[in-house]
Design a protein around this ligand. Structure first.
Ligand code: BJW
Ligand code: ZN
Length: 253
């Protein structure tokens, strides 16, 4: 992996680094990306058609079962060298804001504090009726490989159905989280996108906001993305190979 001297200089001079991650950041931890084909019970569906309020209203057991299975996969997964390199970057730059579209907690488990989760979390379900958080049983749920349909639990306070605490298509992001991410995009001098297809808004608008405010854009992705024409540097590789190499090139030893 060749990392050009200009990129090393940019990184070393960075005062406020915004890192925006997507599903590719967790791929090497064994969590399929959003656009990978589904397997098992869900092989007839695509992820985008399950991640909607309509899908949950139409068939709550199907959608809750899918999220229970994904929560199990996330709890069984471990952070990869890419997650760890991002946590290590925070010690190298004066300020780092980490914004993720991922609903797993692998950044936190790699040691990144204060992660802005634009699309919520697999681990924070809530009641559809009264919005109170619901306590999941601790530990890894005992889901069969391939998954199963599963009725959502009911809210102990009001009897409403419990839904995953994620942001589905057509739903608004939590305003305070989006505001903080946009403020970081306007304030950063380097925006590093990692493992995102950059197709889903408003997350996909953050690099453009950063660039319009004068930041350099750098992306890590093995495949082409809409940012290719906009990024100052594109590192064609996977997170777990590129990010540790970038860190070592900028701060050897
Ligand atoms: C690797 C790798 C490795 C692989 N290393 N890389 C403006 C224009 C057009 C449409 C809209 C717009 N504004 C809003 C919309 C509508 C919609 C939208 O964006 N639609 C687009 C599809 C066009 N947005 C919304 O509805 C948002 N809400 C909203 O805007 O509210 C106001 C509003 C409502 C209605 C109308 C207008 C405004 C909400 C979006 C919520 C997204 N939620 C999901 C599901 C979360 C829960 C769950 O996980 O189940 O979030 S969708 C899904 O996509 C998930 C992801 O976080 C998100 C982004 O995906 P990501 O991370 O980019 O992953 P992939 O899988 O797509 O790509 C993986 C990438 O990794 C690839 O590039 C690989 O190459 C790469 N890769 N291995 C590095 N090892
Ligand atoms: Zn309730």
């Amino acid at each position: 992996m060749r990392i050009v001297p200009a990129l090393i200089e940019t990184l070393r001079r960075t005062r406020h680094l915004l890192v925006l991650t997507g599903a590719g950041a967790s791929a090497e931890s064994g969590i399929p990306t959003f656009r990978d084909a589904l397997t098992g019970l869900w092989s007839r569906f695509d992820a985008a058609s399950l991640a909607t309020p309509d899908a949950f209203a139409r068939d709550p057991d199907l959608v809750w079962g899918w999220y229970a299975w994904r929560r199990m996969k996330a709890l069984q997964a471990a952070p990869n060298p890419g997650h760890r390199a991002i946590a290590a970057l925070a010690a190298r730059v004066p300020r780092l804001t980490l914004v993720t579209q991922n609903v797993d907690d692998l950044h936190e488990r790699a040691g990144s504090p204060a992660v802005l989760h634009l699309h919520g979390s697999l681990h924070a379900p809530r009641c559809v009726r009264c919005a109170r958080p619901f306590d999941l049983a601790p530990g890894v749920p005992d889901e069969p490989e391939g998954g199963r349909r599963l009725a959502p639990p009911r809210c102990p306070q009001c009897g409403g159905a419990i839904r995953p605490g994620v942001v589905w298509f057509g739903e608004s992001l939590v305003p305070a989280v989006l505001d903080a991410a946009e403020a970081a995009a306007r304030a950063c001098d380097l925006c590093l996108t990692v493992g995102t297809a950059s197709l889903v808004y408003p997350a996909a608008a953050l690099p453009g906001i950063a660039r319009d405010a004068g930041a350099a854009l750098v992306q890590v992705n093995p495949s082409p993305t809409p940012l290719d024409g906009m990024a100052r540097h594109t590192l064609r590789g996977t997170c777990a190979e590129v990010l540790p190499a970038l860190l070592a090139a900028a701060w050897p030893g």
